[in-house]
Design a protein around this ligand. Structure first.
Ligand code: FES
Length: 227
């Protein structure tokens, strides 16, 4: 139906062809009807435009509070028992999975044997987003996603390491590359402590930790064959 030309009823026909006071009244109604339709259409277009703008803003600035992509509190520090890599057991000691953050929180005991020392060690810890705590232990927040083609990588207690089930990429307990097709070490998130809790910033990813060599590897290769 056209806005400008609503259907011509018999009464409208009278108006068009001269109908006195009645015709004038019908003409007035017809004008009101046209004006009402115009206003209705404008209102609909207005609502649609506001909805479109709101949708675009939501895409550009999504509200991620409490969701993956935001900073997530994954629990009290005391829930993550530190261990040396030879004692790691998932969700029991050294390595803890937090599904909401898609993260393995790794907590290395202060007795951990590192292959580097002094500034070489501190520089490499910074490069690999590893935080040394006040008690001498070390923390890492590893992204669960395999850097080869994106499968979720489990920690294998019997291997003391992460091994991807898809194509076999293999990563040490601190996320450093061991072998397989992965192009780099596991990615890791920024994180901090807040009121005694561990907060993982799942929107800030360090995806630039290359294959380690003799000058950069932090943790000894586990003395186990992992198949
Ligand atoms: S996706 Fe992990 S090895 Fe291919």
């Amino acid at each position: 139906m056209s806005i400008d030309r609503p259907p011509v009823t018999p009464q409208h026909y009278e108006v068009l062809h001269g109908g006195g006071a009645e015709a004038a009244e019908i003409a007035k109604q017809r004008y009101s009807s046209r004006r009402f339709l115009r206003r209705s259409m404008l209102a609909i277009w207005g609502v649609a435009a506001v909805g479109s703008v709101a949708g675009a803003l939501n895409l550009l600035y999504p509200n991620l509070a409490g969701q993956f992509g935001a900073s997530l509190d994954v629990g009290a520090k005391s829930a993550f028992k530190a261990a040396t890599p030879d004692k790691f057991a998932v969700n029991e000691a050294g390595v803890f999975y937090r599904q909401q953050a898609k993260t393995y929180v790794v907590h290395l005991a202060k007795e951990t044997h590192f292959l580097l020392h002094g500034t070489n060690l501190s520089d490499q810890l910074d490069a690999e987003t590893i935080l040394k705590d006040a008690d001498g232990s070390y923390w890492i927040a590893l992204y669960q996603r395999c850097v080869h083609l994106g499968c979720t990588v489990p920690f294998r207690n019997e291997c003391l390491s992460f091994k991807c089930p898809c194509h076999g990429s293999h990563y040490n307990s601190d996320g450093e590359y061991l072998d397989g097709p992965a192009p780099r070490s596991l990615d890791r998130f920024a994180f901090h402590f807040q009121g005694g809790d561990v907060v993982v910033d799942t929107g800030t990813l360090n995806n630039k930790v290359p294959h380690p060599d003799a000058t950069t590897r932090l943790i000894p290769v586990p003395p186990l064959v992992c198949v």
